[in-house]
Design a protein around this ligand. Structure first.
Ligand code: C2E
Ligand code: MG
Ligand code: MG
Ligand code: MG
Length: 275
């Protein structure tokens, strides 16, 4: 189904090595268990205004507790792809949205929160309306929930992505194209995908001061974003020199280990919750 409509594929077990199959089954179980036993949790990382360093919003990043109770967290790089393959990602995405809306509803002083949604969720035509209903039910202003979609996912399924984004815009949530620059979005695509924010992929940002080619790309992306009335964010800002260069280039917002690391008890959260 992820290949788009009006396509079909013959399932060929011989193509799936038995090892891959076994690991897929293990992940299916672990994800189902995590959803049932409350083993998922969110870490939060700040996204800051480049100009004055004020917090703009928080990005929610998912982790999974290890069921054995080792205290070790399982990172999304390990379970998001298996969850996308099994379709469990649709439940995970809704879990994240529910958590964040509840958090926002309970704490009006909290800054906006950005969530990540899998490209698989484009297959879930009811999701945008469901988000709108959740926001309404909890009386959360849609501007407080930013939705990040990866550029690659959007391009691999342009029709569904454009429809999904259009529906999402109806709810009033700002939309961000994540990992921008890795998916070869043409200008025509960019016109179709009505995003408010372009988040420049970290691969162009790390080592920015040492990489003249990346400086050219980053400047160009910022110019395109601004020319189209969008904001540009840089992720993976790991040192002061990179931050300074991005400021000079006119980037709007910055995120990265130089500013803070994702964590469950982000100060912006604890302050708001303690109030
Ligand atoms: P992303 O949305 O592009 O998130 C940025 C990733 O870079 C995060 O990894 C973050 O912890 C990491 N990061 C932030 N600052 C720095 C930095 O300065 N240097 C370096 N090297 N890394 C930095 P994380 O949390 O492991 O998430 C990885 C990806 O998993 C995310 O990429 C996103 O695509 C996906 N993901 C995370 N949470 C969710 C979720 O709730 N739902 C879905 N569907 N996907 C998620
Ligand atoms: Mg993101
Ligand atoms: Mg990203
Ligand atoms: Mg990424």
């Amino acid at each position: 189904k992820h290949l788009g409509k009006n396509r079909w594929n013959v399932y060929r077990p011989d193509r799936d090595s038995s090892r891959e199959m076994a690991s897929r089954l293990v992940w299916n179980d672990r994800i189902a268990q995590a959803l049932e036993q409350d083993l998922l949790l969110l870490h939060f990382q700040g996204v800051y205004h480049a100009g004055d360093g004020r917090l703009a919003h928080l990005e929610a990043l998912i982790r999974m507790r290890d069921e054995a109770g080792s205290g070790q967290l399982i990172m999304p790089a390990d379970f998001i792809v298996p969850a996308e393959k099994s379709g469990k990602i649709l439940e995970i995405d809704r879990w994240v949205i529910r958590q964040c809306i509840q958090l926002l509803a309970g704490h009006p002083q909290l800054p906006a929160i950005a969530i990540n949604i899998s490209g698989r969720s484009f297959d879930d035509p009811e999701l945008p309306a469901w988000i709108g209903n959740q926001l309404l039910r909890h009386r959360v202003a849609p501007q407080r929930l930013l939705v990040e979609l990866t550029e690659t996912a959007a391009i691999s399924d342009m029709g569904d992505a454009a429809r999904f984004i259009a529906a999402l815009r109806q709810t009033g949530c700002p939309i961000c194209l994540d990992d921008f620059g890795t998916g070869f979005a043409s200008f025509a695509y960019l016109k179709n995908l009505q995003a408010d924010v372009l988040k420049i992929d970290g691969m162009f940002i790390r080592d920015l001061p040492q990489e003249p080619d990346n400086q050219v790309f980053v400047r160009a992306i910022i110019e395109v974003a601004h020319g189209m009335g969008k904001l540009a964010v840089a992720e993976f800002v790991e040192d002061a020199a990179t931050l300074e260069m991005l400021r000079q280039m006119g980037v709007d917002m910055v995120q990265g280990y130089h500013l803070d690391r994702p964590r469950a008890d982000h100060p912006a959260l604890t302050v708001a919750v303690a109030d």
